[in-house]
Design a protein around this ligand. Sequence first.
Ligand SMILES: [Zn+2]
Length: 411
Amino acid sequence: MKELTRAGSSPAVVPGIASPDSKTARADPPHHSAPAFLWSWKLLTVANIDVYVHGTFVLLIAFVGFNDLIAGRGLPAMVRDVVLLLAVFAAVVLHEFGHALTARRFGIRTLDITLLPVGGVARLEKLPDTPRQQLLVALAGPAVSLAIAGVLAGVVTAIEGTVGFASLGGANGTFLTQLMWINVALAAFNLLPGYPMDGGRVLRALLAMRMEPELATQLAARVGQGVAVIFGLVGLLVNPLLVVVAVVVWLGAKAEHSLSTVKVALAGLSVRQGMITDFRTLSPKDPLSRAVELTLAGFQQDFPVMDGTQLGGVLTHGDLLRGLSGHGANLAVEHAMRSEFETASPAESLDGALTRMHQGKCPVLVVVERRDVVGVLTVGNIGELLAMAAAGRRSSAVPGRAGNGKRLANA
Ligand SMILES: [Zn+2]
């Protein structure tokens, strides 16, 4: 139903940068990533995109089957309902591929697609750059659902002579008629202008064509919350299930608001613009006291560890504190550092890098160009860049990063 624009923690953990293909590994990272959700299993890989199914989905199938059994509908009805459920979820997968393959046309990878009992989630590497592209990616899912409904309508008409409006929403239609209406409902529900749904993104993209992106996000989020309130009120009168939907939409609008404020601010910026280029490194044999000195002198908190000219590890502030409390200041850096870490290239999008840091639970990325360490990127840097950009917008005379401030304002 929705595309998540969150990059996964890339499995391209580069243990050192000595291997000749490590650069290619970063430039074109393998698409396989850790699944977005716990308890999900890989079902298949189509067009280089892994499709996962969440464990609770199996529970849903069991529930539907069991429900038919205790209602005494018999085995054939049970099989039919379970097959219908599987067909609906196949249609949801196609809907998600609509988002994913449209995003691919704009050069954006999809990390994976996960089927949850509430629908599908396609995890895009980042937001498309322009509102027009965002609009097309958001519309592609519902368009696929409508196309499926159209094909089914053709088949149903060919078989039965009519589309069967009588079975609209009812359980008494034929298998294909039901599947057709469910796809129409999928498209319609997803086009509601609330945030977890595609309609929220459509609205935001349309607004962003006419106003500042941040304002567009805020307005779209407000409309989404309005939709949630209407859902909630109608739900109280009609169907408690709608109240649940209302809560999901409300929370989705709130989350999207804060997430996309950052995303919008970072759009178009690369790692090169956010990284520290004046940094210190440690050697594996250095004692931890050296790292303490450098930290206290105010250079930085996280250090690349260089073994000669090779990147051998990363010592984060947390690693340093753990090493100090466990073994004291004389412990060699190599025993406290992490040798599994992620790197970034200067050209990578800042937005994607930030997401990788969040998901990889590593507060620092060492920036590597060819085989040289050229910078260090920390969550703190990015926060600082955002703060400066915001200040730059209020007063255009911000030294240093003022150029970025301008770019952010126009992003
Ligand atoms: Zn969708």
